[in-house]
Design a protein. Sequence first.
Lengths: 538, 450
Amino acid sequence: MNSISAPAPTAGDWEELVTTALLGTDRRTPPGYVPGPDAPVALLDAAAVETVRRRAGLCAARAAERPEPAAPDGRPALPTAAARRLAMLLTDRPGTGGGGRRGTSPDLMELLPQWLTAANARGFAAPVQALPALLDAARGRTDLRPAALEFAGPRALWLARLNPDWRFALRATPGGGTALPDLDDPDRVQQLWQEGLFAERVALLAAIRAHRPAAARELLVTTWATERAEDRLMFLDSLRMGLTAEDEPFLEQALADRSRNVRATAAELLSALPDSALAARMAVRAAACVAVDRTREEPGLVVEAPHECDSGMERDGVVAKAPAGRGERSWWFGQLVEATPLGTWERRLGGRTPGEIVALPVADDWRSELHAAWCRAAVRQRNAEWARVLLGTPSAPEAGGPGAVSLAERAKLLGTLGGGERAEWVAGFIAAQGLSEAFQLLGVCAVPWAAPLGRAVVDALNIARDAGSYPWSFSGVMGLAERCLDPGEASRLDGLLAVPDESEDAAPGAGGYWAEAFQRLVTTLRLRAAMAEELGAP
Amino acid sequence: MTQQGVRWTADQVLALAPDAASRKAGSKLGAAGPWSEAGSSGEGTVWGLCKGSGSKPYQTVIDIADTAGPAYKCSCPSRKFPCKHALGLLLLWAGGDGAVPSGQAPDWAEQWLAGRRKRTAEKRAADASGSPAAADPEAARRRAERRAERITAGAAELEQRLTDLLRTGLASAEQAGYGLWEETAARMVDAQAPGLAARARELGAIPSSGPGWPVRLLEECALLHLLDQAWLRRERLPDDLAATVRSRIGLPGSAGGPPLRDHWLVLAQYDTTDPKLTTRRIWLHGTDSGRTSLLLAYGAAGRAPELALPMGLTLEAEVSAFPGAGQLRAALGEQFAPPSPTTARPRGVTTAQAAARYGEALRHDPWLDAVPVTLERVVPTPDGDSWQLADADADLALPLTPAARSRPGLWRLVALSGGAPVKVFGELGHRGFTPLTAWPEGPGEPVSLC
């Protein structure tokens, strides 16, 4: 019997019956029974009476200590339709059969992230009965965790304390879900900073930095000397957010840190401040290496890379040892240019605009090295003007010469531009180059895609279909389109849903597969429109 | 009541799925993409055309207002029932995106509906005029007598097996394993006593069921002995108890009780499967009469039973009880309106009252494993490795059964509670409490835990 307590008085009799039954009536006769052929029947009779008596007499047991109630969730409840939608999205778990070809129906699990983002933006509370499924989904997909846990709210953390499967939720939330103190209460802040766990302190520092950057730095200075090197690195990194010239004295001092990684990070942060002393020192060094060649008819640039990496350069964060396969001088040169404020070049190179500078020919094959370093500088200093110039025109990005700027660098450069400009550039790129290289670039565009970008993608898909290839060659872009295309564009796709007549040069059956893929795209867009509508305006 | 108000929730629709694969396939079809010409009528009919792999779309119709639960018709070749198209269409309809507008059923749907209604009307007329099938009462009596003789022989044989076991001791059962009891169960099937066969088969599994097995084995042996003896002396039992014994032995009964018309709230629906049979249990609560009734439905291996009633809805219908003292099993009779949403909830009791209720139920049926009961204001509480439902206002609690502890429904219950009292419907027996449905303390929909 497990724990429902049976009445006690005749427990002894019952024990006696069980013992006799185990051994058999041939070997043992309980007191009060006649041994012989009728003993088993008498035993069964008695056991039947006892069994029913014990069951009928069951009582409620003593209650164990009840759990602390979960913290209340003050957010408004989800609209009914949206709650149903969530249940449906959570029912569609990967690995529950199916597999293989995707057919025309939407991939619901892929829509969960944006559903969560939208629900969080509107500040809804999760329906409590959906929490177990939500936590299970977040357990399987780490990328879902931040949004899922924000949506799940305080009760999910309460649940996670009771179920070891969901312990990740406590780890993901600093302090196991204990709230940060009121940031205006200096005593509490100071106490947590002095006594808190590492994760709690990082969270505290980040929270303060978000509101009052200077206060965060001052807090860090109070204990800087006594922190461990790994911790110093992490704390220093949290200054990246809201970095201003005011941080310079502290960072300059960190350039003399015992830890090489701390020094490198301090140097990197300083170089992102165009007016810092470090940036000025770097500018002097870099400017000495690049000059306009006046000996020719056409003006061009000549590069004279540094011959040594002196201690001053090393102190300013230049890594002396080049990685295998790279020349030392070009390695040092790249780091100098990367850390030099881009504004330097306009003054240094005869008042030319960034566009004119990038267009200048460069002598002796230094071009790719120089341009790559400028790209890194533009990304680090978030300089949109230079980024725009280095990206070139989207229709002919290779005009600057082959391999001057890689795809990954382009994606990063695009990150420095505004959302509209970014989408427009990628749209132009796709219109000229097709989709084969677009995946990475599409990843940096804002969702939902701006109208020109969405149309460029759909047109390119249409062209790919007409070219006779199979849709799964574009499954990456297709998947992105399902998640990122503006649902309002769905009606423009109606013409693509029919199965076209098969042309001779097309791959066999491709038309049907394309129609299926477009149907899935439209269905997904409709579903996303319905999802957004159910949640209401943000 | 508005048309929108009658719509079911996705959970309720998915509860109709015969298995997990259909559930998944159905939810994929629950979007507007493959559907065309979908619509629904105020009388509870939903239809649509679903594009499949072939050139001709499948025609899917569902009649949710049918007296015996939803009826489905789909032109697809699937043998699943309901098929994924029917599930997808119901999901689409439940989603309420406007993809299934109200309208007039197309001809192909109307034809099927008209055919069904005609057949139902004929069947009802035939039922009313008395069944002509029971042609020869004399022959039927002779068949029943022969069967009773076989069962008596089977019961006597079983008694012999039990006394042999007790003579040599239960410890020997541990070595004997399944074989002996499987063979005995087969003999009981031959004796046309399926109830005895099932109990005999379970005896074989007990010695390997973990610590405390001798106690459980002795209990079950003793109850089987009690059933044998009750059968052998059934002439001397009161009528009600004799009827209970007959149903426990496995003799077919018929729902002969007077039909009780009520607004029946569907408390819970769950399936148990073994390799040959899927058994579906549906608990109903009469919101007017306060009665609790159990509907049973069976499906052959791998197929869902046809009867399906979505949890949380009420249906105005008649049910008739099966014979037997304290018998909760009933059959669904005429249904007067399609299932509709409700805010009604059953009244609950404390844990102590619930335990007493099980004890009282044993007076009528000593073989009863559990009784349905609604607990008022209980808090799911961890208790070491296990869980219990503790009274919010007293220091008493009911433990959950070992099986209920490992089900995902437990966590939905815990999440719903959040440490606060909830109302829980479930089955309470000697193994503990099995939660099936829970309601939050304030307003809110019931949450299925099965």
